[in-house]
Design a protein around this ligand. Structure first.
Ligand code: ADP
Ligand code: TZD
Length: 577
């Protein structure tokens, strides 16, 4: 590896900036998402000049979310670049979110002078960033010498993608970036990571234990999580599910791994499937709050769990795992196929029929709800229109956040292709919308539709300018009911708007027009369908503001039960009363 040089003198020299860019390129990092400033502006410039694509954001949180989504979509760490202290802290939410969601991401941040920071002498943007990042990242590293830049970047890459993926923090102080060294000596310090995420195989006896359990099951069920989507073992998973006939339930970001509408999907009989299943095989899905911790009454208290996961410490975290299968999903399914005798695992027909009957009933009920077309427009009406248009565009990446906007879209919009749905995920975080959408457009060169609650959209809305600046094919659909959850809450004192109220007359479509994008306003499902069809055909940045009934939606959506039940809830009175 030769490094780019600072001078053409007889004794070529290089510096930390060049070495950092060279190290990234050597490891095939093709894109950086960030916000510039002291001391990393030249790093972004050099990266761009070297052929790395640099996407400049308006807020580090959004750049970080983009990097995390890039990691999920590509199985390579997404890189986010931030300035010291405040910029670094802004990026930290995304780093933590990436770690909680098991997405590989690296936040590289410039930092202030170490000797001033450590003696708290009040440097510009002073902060002990390494200590601050530690609790939120899978790992945090600092490079203290220019000759360690290659090592630091190599270590960050392997840590981010190997084992359970996660967010890695890499601190490069300004002084290290600016340090000048002999070019040949600098180049010799760079390293390319070999096999950054090696396959991990379970022991044969672990595979046989799982096969035995499945073979004896009366009501087996597979739960596919976003780890299964991430693993890119689509063919092996499909082969296993179809050859065994076991019904499956996809978690939200695993939708499309097998096309929704697959005859074995029990998504439309989910409650029954969870409550009745006697052997549950979790595939890249944790038994966390999203799965009620595997507890009754949502689950059969006598169910036995098989868990396929790359992280051994995940086993037994909630329910006892009768058959742990620790390994990468592709390797685990290869071994399952190899070791199960033909026909040994077969879901009994009675169980499949029971779920199919419940599915048919639920689908019919949903069809009735979808048929209704009340005015003012409801979430379901707007989303049915989105669904119908997206049926014609399976290549579209769907980003989704909000409360009701999230819950309803997850149920109404079916997915046909793996890894095409990105949402609030494990943390239920708002603010991922525009960052995830930008990453999907950039990494995949495909159109993106971001379905956003109006509150959720506000967290990253300024990135509309980024979308317009780079002319990305992102269509944002704002489900505007004028509030957080709902738009009809009242303050009994009538002084200010209530805590959940947003401006009912807000016109988000006019925001994108300020940046040259195309704005649409929709008041009926037909408007939504026409606008989305038009926007996808145009292929550029667009936003559709959908006027939704302010009284539509429930507080906190499907997770209202997580609100603590104090005596005040639903019982708030003004002091005069
Ligand atoms: P969901 O929210 O969809 O239920 P989770 O984020 O809870 O999914 O679970 C994802 C799981 O997938 C994590 O426990 C993670 O360790 C695991 N995982 C990620 N990549 C792989 C892989 N390649 N092989 C096996 N397990 C994986
Ligand atoms: N802040 C962050 C970072 N994440 C959060 N999850 C919240 C605040 C709390 N919150 C939710 O859990 S959903 C939500 C907030 C503010 C927005 C719901 O309103 P919306 O969606 O307009 O986006 P609906 O469709 O009107 O319910």
């Amino acid at each position: 590896m030769t490094t780019s040089t600072l001078q053409t003198a007889e004794n070529p020299r290089t510096d930390g900036y060049h070495l950092a860019v060279d190290a990234l390129k050597l490891n095939d990092i093709q894109t950086i998402y960030g916000v510039v400033g002291i001391p990393i502006t030249d790093l972004a410039r050099l990266a761009q000049a070297s052929g790395i694509r640099y996407l400049g954001f308006r807020h580090e949180s959004d750049a970080g979310h983009a990097a995390a989504a890039a990691g999920f979509l590509t199985k390579k760490p997404g890189v986010c670049l931030t300035v010291s202290a405040p910029g670094f802290l802004n990026g930290l939410v995304a780093l933590a979110n990436a770690t909680r969601n098991c997405f590989p991401m690296i936040q590289i941040s410039g930092s202030s002078e170490r000797h001033l920071v450590d003696l708290k002498q009040g440097d510009y943007e002073e902060l002990d960033q390494l200590a601050a990042a530690e609790p939120f990242a899978k790992a945090a590293y600092r490079v203290s010498r220019v000759e360690d830049i290659g090592l630091g970047i190599a270590r960050a890459i392997r840590t981010a993608v190997s084992g359970r993926p996660g967010g890695v923090y890499l601190d490069i102080p300004a002084a290290v970036l600016g340090e000048v060294v002999d070019a040949a000596a600098g180049a010799a310090t760079l390293r390319r990571v070999v096999d950054p995420a090696p396959r991990q195989l379970p022991a044969p006896e672990a595979v046989d234990r799982a096969i035995e359990l499945l073979a004896g099951a009366q009501r087996p069920l597979v739960v596919l999580g976003k780890g299964a989507a991430y693993a890119q073992a689509d063919d092996q998973i499909r082969e296993f599910v179809e050859s065994t006939g076991i019904p499956y339930v996809p978690m939200s970001m695993a939708k499309g791994l097998l096309p929704d509408g697959h005859p074995q999907s029990a998504a439309t009989a989910r409650s029954l499937a969870l409550r009745r299943s006697d052997v549950v095989m979790l595939v890249g899905a944790r038994l966390n709050w999203l799965l009620n911790h595997g507890q009754a009454p949502q689950w059969n208290p006598d169910a036995k769990f098989i868990q396929v996961d790359i992280a051994p410490e995940e086993m037994d975290s909630n329910q006892p795992i009768a058959a742990p299968l620790v390994g990468d999903i592709g390797s685990v399914f290869d071994l399952l196929a190899e070791r199960a005798k033909p026909g040994q695992i077969a879901a009994p027909a009675a169980w499949r029929d029971e779920l199919a009957a419940r599915s048919a009933r639920n689908v019919a009920k949903m069809a009735e709800r979808l048929k209704a077309d009340p005015h003012p427009m409801q979430f379901i009406g707007a989303l049915k229109a989105v669904r119908d248009v997206l049926h014609e565009h399976p290549e579209v990446y769907l980003v989704n956040e909000g409360a009701n906007a999230l819950d309803t879209a997850r149920n109404v919009i079916d997915m046909q292709v793996p890894r095409h749905r990105l949402d609030s995920g494990t943390w239920g975080v708002m603010g991922i919308g525009m960052g995830y959408a930008i990453a999907a457009a950039v990494e995949k060169g495909a159109p993106v539709v971001a379905v956003e609650g109006d509150s959720a959209f506000g967290f990253s809305g300024m990135e509309l300018e980024t979308i317009c600046r780079y002319q990305l094919p992102v269509v944002t659909v704002v489900l505007n009911n004028g509030g957080v959850y709902r738009g009809d809450d009242v303050n009994p004192l009538e002084t200010d708007p209530s805590p959940t109220t947003l401006m009912p007359e807000a016109r988000h479509d006019q925001m994108i027009e300020a940046f040259g994008g195309k704005g649409y306003r929709a008041t009926t499902p037909a408007d939504v369908a026409a606008a989305l069809t038009d926007a996808l055909a145009a292929g550029g940045p667009a936003l559709i503001d959908c006027a939704i009934d302010p009284s539509a939606g429930t507080e906190s959506g499907h997770i209202a039960h997580l609100n603590p039940k104090g005596i005040t809830v639903g019982n708030i009175a003004s002091p005069e009363q």
